[in-house]
Design a protein around this ligand. Structure first.
Ligand SMILES: *Cc1c(COP(=O)(O)O)cnc(C)c1O
Length: 387
């Protein structure tokens, strides 16, 4: 059975040309970039080329880019690293209630260590209020961390406006742009961003590698002690093949941006239109316009997202539930609860995230399958009967 993959927000397939570009750095140019002999120079230079490529795409300088093991580490390094380095200035951090766990749980840890965190509420579309943001700023506020685009509902936050507010109050602004790279243009100067997290495997690059942009003059402490790699901010021998892959992938994603966004948005809008016209009692979660090109998160009332997911899985279709329903927790997604969904509605949610490799035929199969599965589950659902 050929897999129909609609979970590109979770991870993406690595392009073959990216793999080919990485290959020589495993066993030909395998040298440690920190070594002094001539062959190491090649590995060192390859990393610096990658740094330039990342910087180019977000309009930063190469010496403002630090390579990490991915989005999670970048978020930790940005928020904890900044908080520790600046705690003499203040201990208050502002974030939102719908951030990725890499940000939310980092903030929770800092709270235990004596930092104070404000979690801004969002409206029914998942947007923060700029007014609330202004009002939550205090004398001891040092950092604002708001994601560029949400991974579950696809909502794109007003990043440029947030950057302006941060700048006017002389507060640093970090954004988790992991979902945004390859989906929209980002200019850290124009948007007044002080720190930005990105992750290679969300834009067709390898897993386990990411980057953090830190604006010149923004102080962060490193989190792991060791050698002097990455300008003393991130110790450990560099993952040369993956860093090289990340550089190739981000440059490619940038070149393909307009073409990919157009194709993916068309497929996404087609999916939304078909679901809304052919099924009743469905809710599109997230902002209709300020939305990532590939994201469509629907709540299908009266049934369970988990059941939909499993029946789709049996047809070779990969999607995600909005809920973090694991064996351990029956709590629905905190993001869906934050936008005001009732528990039982949040439980019936399915996130489809379309990528550049998806075809119209696959989307047709997805639509047909979802309609069939939802109708079947509703026929069996006591909740639906009552309705
Ligand atoms: C995937 C993701 C992360 C985590 O990135 P990893 O590279 O998997 O650690 C962080 N934030 C957002 C918004 C994400 O989508």
């Amino acid at each position: 059975m050929k897999i129909k993959y609609f979970d590109n927000a979770a991870t993406t397939a690595v392009d073959k040309d990216i793999i080919n570009y990485m290959m020589p750095y495993f066993s030909e140019n395998y040298y440690n970039p920190s070594s002094i002999y001539t062959p190491s120079r090649e590995a060192f230079n390859a990393i610096e080329e990658s740094r330039k490529k990342v910087a180019n795409v977000i309009n930063a300088n190469a010496n403002e880019i630090y390579f990490t093991s991915g989005g999670t580490e970048s978020d930790n390094l940005a928020i904890k690293g900044f908080a520790y380095a600046n705690k003499k200035k203040g201990n208050h951090i502002i974030t939102s209630s719908i951030e990725h766990p890499a940000v939310i749980n980092t903030c929770k840890t800092l709270e235990k260590e004596g930092f104070e965190v404000t979690y801004l509420k969002v409206d029914n579309n998942g947007l923060i209020s700029l007014n609330d943001l202004e009002k939550s700023i205090k004398d001891n506020t040092i950092l604002i961390s708001i994601m560029t685009a949400n991974n579950e509902i696809g909502t794109i936050e007003p990043i440029k406006e947030i950057g302006n507010i941060a700048k006017n109050h002389n507060i640093a602004f970090h954004t988790d742009a992991v979902q945004a790279i390859g989906a929209m243009n980002i200019d850290v100067k124009d948007m007044n961003i002080s720190m930005l997290s990105l992750s290679s495997h969300k834009f067709y690059g390898p897993k386990g590698v990411g980057a953090l942009y830190v604006k010149k003059g923004t102080l962060i402490n490193r989190l792991n002690d060791g050698g002097h790699q990455e300008n003393n901010k991130r110790s450990g021998t560099e993952n040369v093949p993956c860093i090289v892959g990340l550089g190739f992938a981000i440059e490619k994603a940038h070149k393909e941006l307009d073409e990919n966004v157009k194709k993916i948005t068309e497929l996404r809008d087609y999916y939304i239109k078909e679901i809304e016209s052919k099924l009743q009692d469905v809710i599109l979660n997230g902002d209709r316009v300020k939305r990532l090109p590939g994201n469509a998160n629907f709540s299908f009332k009266h049934i369970e997202g988990e059941s939909i997911l499993l029946l789709l899985d049996a047809k070779g279709i990969c999607v995600s539930t909005g809920s973090a329903c694991s064996s351990k927790s029956l709590e629905p997604s905190y993001v869906l609860l934050s936008i005001g969904l009732a528990h039982e509605v949040a439980h019936g949610s399915i996130r489809v995230s379309i990528g550049k490799h998806n075809t119209k035929e696959e989307v047709d199969f997805l639509i047909e399958s979802i309609i069939e599965v939802v109708n079947k589950l509703r026929e069996m659902s006591p909740l639906y009967e009552e309705n």
